[in-house]
Write a protein that binds this ligand. Structure first.
Ligand code: ATP
Ligand code: MG
Length: 172
C-alpha cells in the first residue's frame, strides 16, 4: 500500500458526497477497505441500500442524531459527534482502511458539533497509508491548509435555488 493523502470536497455546488461515494466505489473495486463516517445524516439514503452489496469492503456508520442545520445543536447532537471523533481517531490511526471518508465533517465543525481542533487531530492521527476524505461546505482554512487536494464544487447553476427539493435516487 502506498502513501495516503488528505482530500477535501467543499463548496456550495452539488457533488461533494457523491464524489466521495464514487471514490469509495473505485477503492472497493480495487479490493480496498473503505470506512464511511457520516456526521450529520441520521436517515438512511439510497446509497446506503446500494452499499449493502459491498459490505465486505465498505463500512458505513452514521453518527448523526437528527441535527437540523437551522437549529442549534443539542447536547445529544454534540455527544454523538464527540463519540464519532473518539471512534474515528482509532479507525484512521489503525491503518485497517485504505480510504476513510468523513462525510459532512466540515459542516459538523461549522455548526460546532465538533471543534476544528477535533478535526485537525483526526487528520494528524491518520495512518500514513490511509487516504482521508473530508466533505462538506464551509471547509475551515486550517483544513484546506492541512489537505493535499481540495476541490471546491462551484454551483454555476443549481436547481435547489429554484425550489427543487432533494429527490430519491438523485440527492438522497
Ligand atoms: P450530493 O450528495 O448530491 O453529492 P452534496 O454533498 O454536494 O450533494 P450537500 O451540501 O451535502 O451536497 O447538500 C445536501 C442537500 O442540501 C442537497 O441534496 C440539496 O437538497 C441541499 N442543498 C444543496 N445545495 C444547497 C444550497 N446551495 N442551498 C441550500 N440547500 C442546498
Ligand atoms: Mg453532502
Amino acid at each position: 500500500m502506498r502513501k495516503g493523502y488528505i482530500q477535501v470536497y467543499t463548496g456550495n455546488g452539488k457533488g461533494k458526497t457523491t464524489a466521495a461515494l464514487g471514490l469509495a466505489l473505485r477503492a472497493a473495486g480495487a479490493g480496498h477497505k473503505v470506512f464511511i463516517a457520516q456526521f450529520i445524516k441520521k436517515r438512511r439514503c439510497s446509497e446506503h441500500k446500494a452499499l449493502e452489496r459491498f459490505s465486505d469492503v465498505i463500512t458505513v456508520k452514521q453518527y448523526g442524531k437528527g441535527f437540523i442545520l437551522k437549529k442549534k445543536p443539542s447536547a445529544a447532537d454534540i455527544g454523538a459527534a464527540q463519540k464519532a471523533v473518539t471512534e474515528l481517531k482509532a479507525i484512521v490511526k489503525s491503518g485497517a482502511y485504505h480510504v476513510v471518508i468523513l462525510d459532512e465533517a466540515n459542516v459538523a465543525v461549522y455548526h460546532k458539533l465538533i471543534s476544528i481542533e477535533d478535526l485537525l487531530a483526526l487528520i494528524e492521527s491518520k495512518h500514513k497509508k490511509t487516504e482521508l476524505v473530508i466533505t462538506g461546505r464551509y471547509a475551515d482554512e486550517k483544513i484546506i491548509e492541512a489537505a493535499d487536494l481540495v476541490t471546491e464544487m462551484n454551483p454555476l447553476k443549481h436547481y435547489v435555488y429554484n425550489g427543487i427539493k432533494a429527490r430519491v435516487g438523485i440527492e438522497k
